[in-house]
Design a protein around this ligand. Structure first.
Ligand code: ASP
Ligand code: MG
Length: 409
C-alpha cells in the first residue's frame, strides 16, 4: 500500500464528465489498496474568467481581493469531485487550503508555502477516505486567503506530498508526459520515460510549460518523487528522478524554448567600473527580471556595448528606463528587439561530453540561423535567435542530437 498524491489540472476537470472520469480513476487506485490525496485545479478557463470579471471593475484589483475571488475556482472542483467520488461509493472529503492549514506568507497572488499541517489529512486517510484538497490556495497568518501564482496547483500537490511524505506525487495533465520538445513544434518529439530533477528544473525555467517551476524546486528540495502523466489515457508517464545514471547514454534530454523574450542594447557606454550596475540597478529596482547579459570588450575608444534580455511583458518599461539611463551615461543609442526567442538544449550528459556547444552552433549555422546571444550552464546551452527561425531551430537541433530516435536503452 502506498500513499499517493494525485494532482489533476484544469483540462482534466474541465467538465462534469471529466470530473467523473477523474473520480473513476481515483477509485481504481484506491481499490488497489492505496491511500489517495487528490489536489485539483479550477475547471479549465475558470481562473481566467474570474480575473476577467475583476478587470471589468478595476484594472488593478487589490491583490487580497483577487485571491478571495480566484480561489473560488478550486473550491468548485473539490466539491464536485468529492460528490462524484461519493456517487461511485468511494468515501471522500473536500478541503480548502485554509482547512488543511496550507500556511503561506502574505504575498497575495504569489504566496509561498511555509507549512502544512498534515494531521487532518492523515486522520481522513486512516479512516479510509479519499482527501480532496483545493490547489493553488493557502492561508496566511492573519487567516486571509492567498494564492500561489498561476499554475500553482502543481506546487500545492508537491508541498502536500512532501508534508505527508507520500510515496509519489502524480501530476495528471493533458499530455502523457514530458517530451523531448513541444510536439506542436516538432511532431517527432518523443516522450521521455525518465528525466532528472535538474533537467526538469531547467526545462521548466527555460519555457517548458509542463510543470510550474516552483513545484519542481519544491520537489527537489524535499526529494518528492514526481511523475507527469495523462488523465486522458493510460501509461506510465514521465518519472522525474534524482538519479543521474539512467540517462548516461543520452547527451541531451530535451529542447526547451521561450517566445516570451525581448532584447535591449545600450550602444557606446563607458568601459569603466560601475556601468553594469548603473544600467541594471534601475531595471532591478523596477522589479524586472534580467535573463541573459552580454557585454563586449571595449575596442579603442574605451566604449562598450551592453545587451540583455527581459520578459517580453517587461520590454516597454525596460526600454523607457534604459532611455533615461542612456542619457545619464552619455551612451550613443538604445536599441530594442522583441522579435527574438530563446532555444535551449538541456541535458546532464553535457557534463561528460565535450563539443556539444560546437555541434549545436554548427547545426544552426548549416540552416543559416544567426545566433544573437549565447548563455551556458553546466547542463544547458541557450541561444537567442530571430523569432522567425524558432520552428526551424528546434527541429534542426532535435534532429542533430538524435532525439527522435529510439530512447537510449
Ligand atoms: N487555477 C489556477 C490557474 O489557472 C491554478 C492552476 O491551475 O494550477 O493558474
Ligand atoms: Mg495548471
Amino acid at each position: 500500500m502506498a500513499l499517493i498524491v494525485q494532482k489533476y489540472g484544469g483540462t482534466s476537470v474541465g467538465a462534469v464528465e471529466r470530473i467523473q472520469a477523474v473520480a473513476e480513476r481515483v477509485k481504481r487506485w484506491r481499490e488497489q489498496g492505496h491511500q489517495i490525496v487528490v489536489v485539483v485545479s479550477a475547471m479549465s478557463g475558470e481562473t481566467d474568467r474570474l480575473i476577467g470579471l475583476a478587470k471589468q471593475i478595476q484594472e488593478r484589483p487589490e491583490p487580497r481581493e483577487l485571491d478571495v475571488l480566484m480561489s473560488t475556482g478550486e473550491q468548485v472542483t473539490i466539491a464536485l469531485l468529492s460528490m462524484a467520488l461519493a456517487a461511485k461509493g468511494c468515501p471522500a472529503r473536500s478541503y480548502t487550503g485554509a482547512q488543511v492549514h496550507i500556511l503561506t506568507d502574505s504575498a497575495h497572488n504569489k504566496a509561498r508555502i511555509r507549512d502544512i499541517d498534515a494531521a487532518r489529512v492523515r486522520a481522513d486517510l486512516d479512516a479510509g477516505r479519499v482527501v480532496v484538497v483545493a490547489g493553488f490556495q493557502g492561508v496566511d497568518e492573519q487567516g486571509d486567503i492567498t494564492t500561489l501564482g498561476r499554475g500553482g496547483s502543481d506546487t500545492s500537490a508537491v508541498a502536500i506530498a512532501a508534508a505527508l511524505k507520500a510515496d509519489e506525487c502524480q501530476i495528471y495533465t493533458d499530455v502523457d508526459g514530458v517530451y523531448t520538445t513541444d510536439p506542436r513544434v516538432e511532431p517527432k518529439a518523443r516522450k521521455l520515460s525518465r528525466i532528472t530533477f535538474e533537467e526538469m528544473l531547467e526545462m521548466a525555467s527555460l519555457g517548458s510549460k509542463v510543470l510550474q517551476i516552483r513545484s519542481v524546486e519544491f520537489a527537489g528540495k524535499y526529494k518528492v518523487p514526481l511523475r507527469v502523466l495523462s488523465s486522458f489515457g493510460e501509461g506510465e508517464g514521465t518519472l522525474i528522478t534524482f538519479e543521474e545514471e539512467v540517462v548516461e547514454d543520452a547527451k541531451i534530454s530535451g529542447i526547451a524554448f521561450s517566445r516570451d523574450e525581448a532584447k535591449l542594447t545600450v550602444l557606446g557606454v563607458p568601459d569603466q567600473p560601475g556601468v553594469a550596475y548603473q544600467i541594471l540597478g534601475p531595471i532591478a529596482d523596477a522589479n524586472i527580471e534580467v535573463d541573459m547579459i552580454i557585454q563586449n570588450i571595449a575596442a579603442q575608444e574605451a566604449l562598450t556595448d551592453f545587451t540583455f534580455t527581459v520578459h517580453r511583458n517587461d520590454y516597454a518599461r525596460a526600454l523607457e528606463i534604459l532611455q533615461g539611463i542612456a542619457q545619464t551615461l552619455g551612451a550613443r543609442q538604445v536599441l530594442g528587439d522583441t522579435q527574438i526567442v530563446k532555444v535551449s538544449l538541456v541535458g546532464v550528459g553535457m557534463r561528460s561530453h565535450a563539443g556539444i556547444a560546437s555541434q549545436m552552433f554548427a547545426s544552426l549555422a548549416k540552416e543559416g540561423i544567426n545566433i544573437r546571444m549565447i548563455s551556458t550552464s553546466e547542463i544547458k546551452i541557450s541561444v537567442v535567435i530571430d523569432e522567425k527561425y524558432l520552428e526551424l531551430g528546434v527541429r534542426t537541433l532535435h534532429e542533430a542530437f538524435g532525439l527522435a530516435g529510439d530512447p537510449a536503452p
